[in-house]
Write a protein that binds this ligand. Sequence first.
Ligand SMILES: [Zn+2]
Length: 516
Amino acid sequence: MPDFDESRLRAQVIHDYEALARNISDAEEMNRFIDAVMTTAAGTVRALLNAVNQQSFMGCIPLEVLASCFAYLPFRYLIDASHVCQSWRAAVLSTPALWYKIAPGSHCTPEVLQMALARTGAMPLDLQLMTRDHSPSEDLYSVLAPYSRQIRHLVWYCDRPTSPWEFPAPIMEAFCSSSTQIITAGFLGGCAGRLRYLYLQCAQFPAECPAISTVTDLNVVLTPFDEDDRPSNLGGLWDLFPGLEWLQILGVIRQTAHLLPAGTAPSSLRELSVECVSTDYDLMPHYLAWDNGNLGHVMLRQYSETRPNLERMARGTVRLAVKHASDSSKTRLMFEHPAGVTRTISISGIGIANAAALLAAVQSNLSTVRTAMVSHTALEPLAGVLAALPDLEHLFVHIVPKTADGPTYPNQDPHSFVWTPLASLAHLALARTTRITLHVWCGDCHWPCRANADDARALLAQLRALPRDLPPIEIQGFPAEELAAVDLTGLNIRFDVVAKVGALILHKGKEAYDPF
Ligand SMILES: [Zn+2]
């Protein structure tokens, strides 16, 4: 700080005070005078400082350049940026392109929403709004409604149900609600627009609704968490959504399953995902009834007391995958058909012996399997099924540490491979099989973690005990530097150190559209 001679300023103030306040005798008048002096003094200094700022490097950055930098800021930091200085404030407040994505990231007040909306000009709006703990959302709705024609994407994370969204929204493409929704015929103005993505919790649908007739992707929950609430009425789904391509139904239970649609799904449907939370209810009959012959991917998730007939899923399979960690967790059976078509069923707590029995029951439908991908812990229980695959060319064994699919915390030794299940490779009749891949992945070990030299030695010790007439074995997942001292003498084995390793997933389900 430069030297500052306070006495000179003091003398100047006394001089000015005597000149300006000489005739004031009334206390009220003196108060007003002092307020005026302070305001003028502070304003004058601020204006002078602003002039200095304008000369600085930061002050010379054009508003458009500032605005393009601010475009990288999350919504909540935009407001902070507007408080920094006059030029930043001008750049932030005068650029509609900074405001069209309104996602405060936490509780949104009507005032903040109003402020942001007022700055958006005519931009299409992407909004992600949430309210805290049951706070009323009607005020937010009232602020939003006048801008409805500009809304392109709306995510509404509010606990309480709101009004039925009957405002006109001709350019809305995506609507997501986290509360129970009553859809009326007048939804989004009662006419078809551009709506494609509809992600709902429980919902009541009318008999007809033009605005949802254009939807291609629908997520809906059948049964509410709260027993007092009504379950969704999905009986008219196929008529309401004639162009549906992706459908996910969650929260099916035995008591509400009669509210699911009946009959064949629209021919446009390509991907289906259904989850049942009753332990004893089988979703397979629903999928078979809905199957339109065009389904590229099907995923059913259900519980252990069901014994689904896998015949239709299995028929024509060229790649079979069985993912299993323990009998208390999920067992996932994946059937891949030609052209990448997949059928997957995930059964919680069924136990690998029961899962193997389900496969054995449809063994004749598996005669076209060329590739089998199995968790190594499932090798022995599946030995009978695998040995009876007449055209199995490639056996892919997926190996994770023993805890990788369970909770790994607290766990003293999450990185702990168990190789003994590989002993059952000796009992598989692999006459037509030309290669075996051992895919070793550290699963949920703390990143970064890879199988190491000790793991390699233990694995090879296990493999040395196998008969020598097995097909060639390729091992993936070991970094080259861990293999420098590994001895492969006499083994028909090679390490592939460049192969990518990861979870055993045949088909990754489609993710929800999200512009944020
Ligand atoms: Zn590890």
